[in-house]
Design a protein around this ligand. Structure first.
Ligand code: LMR
Length: 333
């Protein structure tokens, strides 16, 4: 795969050199791992539509959904090498390229709702985090929502003890690893495109994800129970290859910035509804039992996961966690 990425990268670098002419638009390859009918998939399509409209065809955006081009780990490497120009990986996926700060978004029960999330992403902390990407050869353009995660397994998960000994697929985040270890479960990093099969064949027992991801990957067909935990958040950082982005003529880049701003507002404006719709569809299939927690069970989960914060502080530093908590929990914390 590395060879493929390198071959594609050299072609992309050649393409970088020549400015756009009437015959050759600037091509932005936008790769992602989810289905088109998800919050990220739809926001990517909206960006394509607006970018091509505002630049009057001087820019062509090619969206490649469903890990068609690259799986999780390869995506960011491909972007750094210039084989693709734009991605929107989840916050959890930046640790392996050395930007572990985004993993703080994975902390259990950090974000009570989307409005609180916006306080972080649209405030100085959000801007500061995006700046960390410059050193990795990429520019962070926006924060896109997916939504809150649920837990699923073939066993009914209501109490922390129910997780003990079960294998859970996780994204490549040390926070998520700590989360499942704290519950006595066995986390296993796996690419998103491989989750369905791993659940079906029993390579893992369970997983955590948003309703839209569960539904579009058909995970509900191979999981007997999905517990409404809302214990964590999945969101995306829209990133571009920095050299490519800086090389785009300023007037065109202004139009692309405008397209990104509008696509972000559009996507974030309807992410919650897309997840609600996916939940309704899952319910209709009757294939998975949707399990609600009582307030006591919810409190027990929150309490069980508290030690994850100390664990993560060792990795990213307490000051960063405190900065988050100041935004998310305000003065009461
Ligand atoms: C996952 O790997 O579970 C998610 O990050 C996939 C995605 O991009 O929403």
């Amino acid at each position: 795969m590395r060879k493929l990425i390198l071959a594609a990268a050299s072609i992309a670098v050649l393409a970088l050199v020549g400015p756009a002419t009437a015959q050759s638009p600037i091509v932005i390859k936008f790769s992602h791992v989810v289905a088109t009918n998800t919050p990220k998939g739809l926001a990517a399509e909206k960006f394509k539509e607006l970018a091509e409209k505002y630049t009057a065809g001087k820019v062509k955006v090619e969206v490649y959904p469903n890990s068609q081009l690259y799986k999780d780990k390869e995506e960011l490497e491909a972007l750094q090498l210039g084989a693709v120009q734009m991605l929107a990986p989840s916050n959890a996926k930046f640790g392996p390229i050395g930007v572990k700060e985004f993993e703080v978004f994975d902390l259990p029960y950090l974000l009570p709702d989307l409005n609180t999330l916006r306080k972080v992403t649209e405030g100085p902390l959000g801007t500061k985090l995006l700046k960390l990407l410059d050193a990795k050869g990429m520019t962070g353009l926006a924060y896109w929502d997916n939504g809150f995660k649920m837990m699923s397994a073939n066993k009914k998960l209501v109490a922390p003890a129910d997780y003990k000994g079960l294998k859970f697929r996780i994204q490549s985040s040390k926070v998520l690893e700590a989360q499942f270890r704290t519950l006595g479960a066995i986390p296993q990093v796996m690419a998103f495109s491989e989750v369905y099969q791993a659940l079906q064949t029993g390579v893992v027992d369970g997983q955590e994800n948003t309703w839209s991801n569960i539904y579009t990957q058909k995970m509900h067909e191979v999981q007997k129970y999905i517990t409404v935990t809302n214990h964590g958040y999945i969101g995306y950082i829209v990133v571009v290859n920095k050299k490519f982005w800086d090389g785009i003529p300023a007037d065109i880049r202004t139009e692309l910035d405008k397209a990104m701003k509008e696509a972000t507002a559009y996507g974030n404006g309807q992410s919650a509804k897309e997840n609600d719709d996916a939940l309704a569809e899952i319910k209709k299939t009757g294939k998975s039992e949707i399990v609600s927690l009582t307030p006591e069970q919810d409190s027990a989960m929150r309490k069980a996961l508290e030690p994850v914060y100390q664990d993560v502080a060792k990795r990213v530093g307490q000051p960063l966690i405190d900065e988050f908590l100041k935004e998310t929990r305000g003065a009461t914390n």
